[in-house]
Design a protein around this ligand. Structure first.
Ligand code: NAD
Length: 476
C-alpha cells in the first residue's frame, strides 16, 4: 500500500500539514491502492509564500535559462514514461497504450514550449511605443483527474516560458500519478519555489489558493460548475483567469460519409479516455434517412470494443475512475431510458462476466432529441446519443444548440464541404474525418466550455500581461 503524504514546496518534498486521508482504489479491481493525506490551508499558504518569493527571480530569468529548464522537464518526464504509464493504468484505469500516449504528450508539451521560446517576442514597437509582455505573476493551476500529466504540463510549460512561478493543485483522485509526475518535475532542477504542488480537496486547499491575493493568474481545467465558482472567487482580486471546462461535442455524420468508417471514428471520438474526456463526441448527428444504416454500423463497431484489464494491450475501454463516477454514469443511463431514448446497445449495470471494477457497458442511445437530459449534460462515461437531422442547416442548428462549445467532429467524403460545415460550428476545435491533436494550435472553449486558450504560443501569452511603455519623442 502506498502512502502519499508529501507536498512539494520550495524545491523539496515535505510532509503535508493536512491530516485528512482519502483511500485510493484501483478502479479495475476495486482493490485498495493506497492512501492520500491531503494538503490543507496551511500547505496552501506555504506554497504561495514559496512561489511569491521565487517569482521575483524567475520572472527576471533569461530566455536561455527558461529554455534549459523546459528541455530538462521534457527529458525528466520522458525518462520515467514507463512508471507514469503504469500509474495511469492502475490509478485511473487507462488502457495501457492510451496511457503511454498520454505520458508522451506531457514530455512533448515541455519540448514544444522550449522550441517556441527560442524566438518568442516579448516586446514589439508600435510607433514610438514599446509594448512589453511581462509575466503575469504567481500562477495557480487547478487540474482534474482525467488527463493528469497533460493538464499539468501544458499549463506549466506556458507559465514557465512566460516567467511565472507555479502552484499546481491536482485532483485528490490522482495522487499516485501526481506524486510520480512531481518527482519528474523535481528531477528537472527548477530553482526552489518556481514549481510547487499541493494535492488535496478543492473545497479546502483549492479554496484557500483561489482566495489568495498573491495569486495573479488562475488556469483551471475541470467542470463548468466548479469553473463558475472559481470565476466568482477570482472577481474579488480581479485575478486573471483561464477556464477549460466541460463539453458535449457534436459529431456530424454528413450525408456523403462512408457510414462504416464514420461509425468507427464516431466511436473513437466518443469513447476516448474511457469516455471521460471533455472533447468526447457524445452527440452523433445523422441524416434521418440514414439513421437505421448508421445505427447498425455503430452497433457493429461497439461490438469490437474490448473491455477488461487495462494492463492488457488488447483492452480498448477501461473502467470509470471511481465508484462515484460509475454511479453518475448509471444514473444518466437510467434517465435516458426514462426520457424515451432507445437503447441500441449497452444499458444499466456492469458488462457480462465482469463482477468487479467500475466498468460501465458501452451504451448507445438512438431516437434522442436534443432536449433530452442525456443530450444536454456532460455524462463523462461511455454513453453516446444518436440524433437525427433533416438537412445541413438543421445539423448545424442542433450542433450549436448546447451550452458548451469545446470541440466538434465533422465526417464526410467531400472535405471542402466538411470544412465549410466546420466553419459554422461554435466550438474551439473542429476535427474533420478523425480524432486528432495539434499541440501548437489553440485549445479552449466557446460559451460555457470556458474562457481563454491553451497550447502553443497561446499558452505562453495566457500567462503574460501587456504593458505599453510610451516615449513619444523617442529620446530621454
Ligand atoms: P472538478 O471540477 O470536480 O474538479 C477539477 C479540479 O478542481 C480538482 O482538482 C478539484 O479538486 C478542484 N476543485 C473542486 N472544487 C474546487 C473549489 N471550490 N475551489 C478550487 N478548486 C476546486 O472536475 P473533475 O471531476 O476533476 O474532472 C472532470 C471535469 O473536467 C469534466 O467536466 C471535464 O469536462 C472537465 N475537463 C475539461 C477539460 C478541458 O480542457 N476543457 C479537460 C479535462 C477535463
Amino acid at each position: 500500500m502506498h502512502r502519499f503524504d508529501q507536498v512539494y514546496i520550495g524545491g523539496e518534498f515535505r510532509t503535508a500539514h493536512g491530516r485528512e486521508e482519502l483511500g485510493l482504489v484501483n478502479p479495475a479491481t476495486e482493490e485498495p491502492l493506497g492512501v492520500l493525506v491531503m494538503a490543507d490551508e496551511d500547505d496552501a499558504r506555504q506554497a504561495v509564500d514559496s512561489a511569491r518569493i521565487a517569482f521575483k527571480g524567475w520572472s527576471r530569468s533569461c530566455r536561455k535559462e527558461r529554455i534549459e529548464l523546459l528541455y530538462n522537464l521534457s527529458e525528466a518526464v520522458r525518462a520515467r514514461s514507463d512508471a507514469l504509464t503504469e500509474a495511469t493504468v492502475l490509478e485511473y484505469g487507462g488502457p495501457i497504450e492510451q496511457a503511454r500516449w498520454r505520458a508522451g504528450l506531457a514530455a512533448n508539451n515541455f519540448l514544444a514550449a522550449a522550441r517556441l521560446l527560442e524566438d518568442f517576442a516579448f516586446s514589439r514597437r508600435i510607433n514610438d511605443t514599446e509594448v512589453v509582455a511581462q509575466a503575469a505573476g504567481v500562477a495557480l493551476h487547478i487540474v482534474p483527474w482525467n488527463s493528469v500529466y497533460n493538464a499539468i504540463s501544458v499549463k506549466m510549460a506556458g507559465a514557465l516560458a512566460a516567467g511565472c512561478s507555479v502552484i499546481v493543485k491536482p485532483s485528490e483522485y490522482s495522487a499516485w500519478q501526481t506524486q510520480l509526475f512531481t518527482e519528474c518535475l523535481h528531477a528537472a532542477g527548477a530553482p526552489a519555489g518556481v514549481i510547487n504542488v499541493v494535492t488535496g480537496r478543492g473545497e479546502v486547499v483549492g479554496e484557500a489558493l483561489t482566495s489568495d491575493p498573491a495569486i495573479r493568474k488562475i488556469s483551471f481545467t475541470g467542470s463548468t460548475r466548479v469553473g463558475k465558482a472559481i470565476m466568482a472567487k477570482a472577481a474579488t482580486h480581479m485575478t486573471r483567469l483561464t477556464l477549460e471546462l466541460g463539453g458535449k461535442a457534436p459529431t456530424i455524420v454528413m450525408e456523403d460519409a462512408d457510414l462504416e468508417k464514420a461509425a468507427s471514428i464516431a466511436l473513437a471520438a466518443g469513447f476516448t479516455n474511457n469516455g471521460q474526456a471533455c472533447i468526447a463526441g457524445t452527440r452523433i448527428l445523422v441524416k434521418r434517412s440514414q439513421m437505421d444504416a448508421f445505427c447498425k454500423a455503430l452497433k457493429t463497431a461497439v461490438g469490437t470494443i474490448v473491455q477488461g484489464d487495462p494492463r492488457d494491450p488488447r483492452t480498448t475501454l477501461g473502467p470509470l475512475v471511481n465508484r462515484q463516477q460509475y454511479r453518475r454514469v448509471q444514473g444518466y443511463i437510467r434517465i435516458g431510458v426514462e426520457e424515451g431514448a432507445r437503447l441500441i446497445t449497452g444499458g444499466e449495470g456492469r458488462p457480462d462476466n465482469m463482477p468487479r471494477g467500475y466498468f460501465a457497458k458501452p451504451t448507445v442511445f438512438a431516437d434522442v432529441t436534443n432536449t433530452m437530459t442525456v443530450a444536454r449534460e456532460e455524462i463523462f462515461g461511455p454513453v453516446l446519443c444518436v440524433i437525427a437531422y433533416d438537412d445541413e442547416d438543421h445539423a448545424v442548428e442542433i450542433a450549436n444548440d448546447t451550452e458548451f462549445g469545446l470541440h466538434a467532429y465533422v465526417l464526410g467524403e467531400d472535405v471542402e464541404r466538411a470544412r465549410a460545415l466546420a466553419g459554422r460550428i461554435d466550438a474551439g476545435r473542429v476535427a474533420i474525418n478523425g480524432v486528432m491533436h495539434e499541440p501548437l494550435a489553440p485549445f479552449g472553449g466557446f460559451k460555457e466550455s470556458g474562457i481563454g486558450r491553451e497550447y502553443g504560443v497561446y499558452g505562453i501569452e495566457d500567462h503574460l500581461e501587456l504593458k505599453a511603455v510610451m516615449n513619444p519623442h523617442g529620446g530621454s
